[in-house]
Design a binder for this molecule. Sequence first.
Ligand SMILES: C=C(O[C@@H]1C=C(C(=O)O)C=C[C@H]1O)C(=O)O
Length: 123
Amino acid sequence: MDPMTTRAIRGATSLASDDKAHLHERTKELVTAMLEANNLGTDAAISVFFTCTPDIVSDFPAAAAREMGFADVPLMCAVEMAVPGALPLAVRVMMHAELDVPRAEVRHVYLHEAVRLRRDIAQ
Ligand SMILES: C=C(O[C@@H]1C=C(C(=O)O)C=C[C@H]1O)C(=O)O
């Protein structure tokens, strides 16, 4: 087995509407899928950075992550670039975590309408 290395895992999802409960549900679904795809528990996480498109104001996705075991993991939220024509109601994640695989084997996760963002790297 390779020694543990800090790797970055990307993820993204989309909402049907900007509703707080729905944001929490989709955020937890995404973060859980990112952990499971890479055989990780929350203890492997170093930091998690979220962006939301400017049309999401119902809550911070970090609040949802904190409810699922990231209480002592540094979290951050920011607004994604407002590029004209970009996918609306999108939540993006950049998670840094301890993994024992080469970078090319890190599994990135895109769910719901966000699958069309990066067909090149989504599993
Ligand atoms: C295409 C995406 O959206 C945007 C473009 C990115 C990129 O080109 O790598 C990364 C994040 C976003 O700013 C994505 O989330 O993958």
